[in-house]
Structures are given as structure tokens and as C-alpha cells.
Design a protein around this ligand. Structure first.
Ligand SMILES: Cc1cc2nc3c(=O)[nH]c(=O)nc-3n(C[C@H](O)[C@H](O)[C@H](O)COP(=O)(O)O)c2cc1C
Length: 222
């Protein structure tokens, strides 16, 4: 598989087959991803992989955390700016609409939307969940390094026949995640990554999510 194919094929997978992930393959992917670049070669990324009993325990404990309600834990960071302006606001809204439409959940069905949101905290049923974290002292350049590493991992997973979904949603529950996953308290929890074998039949893995035109974001000057 060439890079262009992997980039084109990767998309967020939120429905997985009932099939295990070979941890040796995952280890190989994570080993290869060490080659990702970072400013000063600092390599700020850390990953904690949960599977089996530990993953089941997290999902169970998340049930209690969700019942306690939002705001019970202090989120690691604000996911979007409060005043997200156009065109970003519209892009975000269209993504949400397309996602719920693929699931047959209407705008009025608030309970359906909440249930779907809650699926984040079961890693969408994936057999493996990975958390991305780094020492809290890191700044914006190192956040970018995390993103570069994450995309490297996601593309290598595609090459390995696996699917993934990055999940900022987990950043709202750092206390539960860090306790169960044994992530140091002085680390910032960036996101989760659901990993499994994609279900190619699921409409939820295929809803349209077009990208903005190149001219909207790239400017050639001479
Ligand atoms: C850093 C990051 C965090 C994300 N967090 C979530 C999340 O919490 N839940 C979710 O369902 N999707 C999440 N996504 C997936 C995005 O919605 C998705 O990447 C975007 O809509 C583009 O679709 P695609 O990944 O299928 O190409 C996240 C993506 C990124 C890169």
C-alpha cells in the first residue's frame, strides 16, 4: 500500500467487527510510528493501550462516571473555542448532522444523540483502546507533535488492515481514565484511539464528510 492510498482510505471507524486485534501487529505499528518527526526530536508522545479485562473495567467505571454527569471531572482542555467562527463552525455542524443522519437520529432526538455520544466511552465497541498523553509541561509545539504521531499510527493501522477513531471525548474524564489506565497525574490526557477490525457494511463508517476546497486553505504566492 502506498502513502496516498493509506491517506485516502483512512477514516474514522466507529463500527468494528467482533474480531480481536493481534497485539503483535499493534506493537509493530507503534514501533514503526516511533519514526514520526517532532520538534527537537523531543518525541513527547506517550501511549497506554487497554485491552481485555482492563478495557472492560474502564468501560464499566465510565458508566458510573457518566451517571455522575458532565462537569463531575475537570476536563483536560476545552475541545473547541466557545466562539468558533465560520467556516469552522459550519464544518463542525455539518459533520455532526451527517453522522447522526447515517444513524437515523433526528435533530429532535436528544436522547438518541446522547446515547451516541456515550458510545465514545465504550471505544465504540473496539477490542482495543489506546490513550495518548504527554507530560503536562509540554506546550503547543508538542501538541502538534502528538497529532503528527497520531496520524502516523492511524495510517500504519490502515496498512495493517485495522481501523481507528481518534477521540477527544475522553479528555472530559481524565480522573477515571488515569486511575484505571495508570497514567501519571502529571500527564495531560490528549485523546483516546479506538482500534479494531472495521465493519465495512456499517453505514456509520461511510457517511459523507467532504473536505473544504484546496483554495480555502492553501495559498500559493509569487
Ligand atoms: C484529535 C481528534 C479527536 C477526535 N475526537 C473525536 C471524538 O471524540 N469522537 C468522535 O466520534 N470522533 C472524533 N474525531 C473524529 C473526527 O470527527 C473526524 O476525524 C472528522 O470528522 C473527519 O472524518 P474522518 O476521520 O472520517 O476522515 C476526532 C478526530 C481527531 C483528529
Amino acid at each position: 500500500m502506498d502513502v496516498s492510498t493509506a491517506v485516502a482510505m483512512r477514516r474514522s471507524i466507529r463500527c468494528f467487527k467482533d474480531a480481536p486485534v493481534d497485539l503483535d501487529i499493534l506493537r509493530d505499528v507503534l514501533d514503526k510510528a516511533r519514526a514520526a518527526p517532532s520538534g527537537g526530536n523531543v518525541q513527547p508522545w506517550h501511549a497506554t493501550v487497554l485491552h481485555g479485562d482492563r478495557l472492560a473495567r474502564l468501560v464499566e467505571e465510565m458508566g458510573a462516571a457518566l451517571m455522575a454527569g458532565p462537569g463531575h471531572e475537570v476536563p483536560e482542555y476545552r475541545i473547541y473555542p466557545d466562539d468558533l467562527s465560520e467556516p469552522y463552525r459550519g464544518r463542525r455542524a455539518r459533520n455532526g448532522e451527517a453522522m447522526y443522519a447515517a444513524l437515523g437520529i433526528t435533530r429532535e432526538d436528544k436522547a438518541g444523540r446522547m446515547r451516541q455520544l456515550a458510545r465514545n466511552f465504550g471505544f465504540f465497541g473496539a477490542p482495543v483502546g489506546l490513550f495518548v498523553h504527554m507530560p503536562r509541561l509540554m506546550g503547543p509545539p508538542q501538541w502538534a507533535d502528538l497529532g503528527i504521531w497520531l496520524q502516523t499510527v492511524m495510517l500504519l493501522l490502515v496498512e495493517a488492515g485495522l481501523g481507528s477513531c481518534p477521540q477527544e471525548a475522553w479528555s472530559a474524564y481524565p480522573v477515571t481514565v488515569k486511575r484505571v489506565a495508570e497514567i501519571p497525574d502529571d500527564h495531560l490526557l490528549f485523546c483516546g484511539l479506538a482500534i479494531g477490525v472495521p465493519d465495512p457494511e456499517a453505514a456509520f463508517n461511510h457517511f459523507p464528510n467532504d473536505r473544504a476546497a484546496l483554495e480555502e486553505m492553501v495559498h500559493f504566492r509569487d
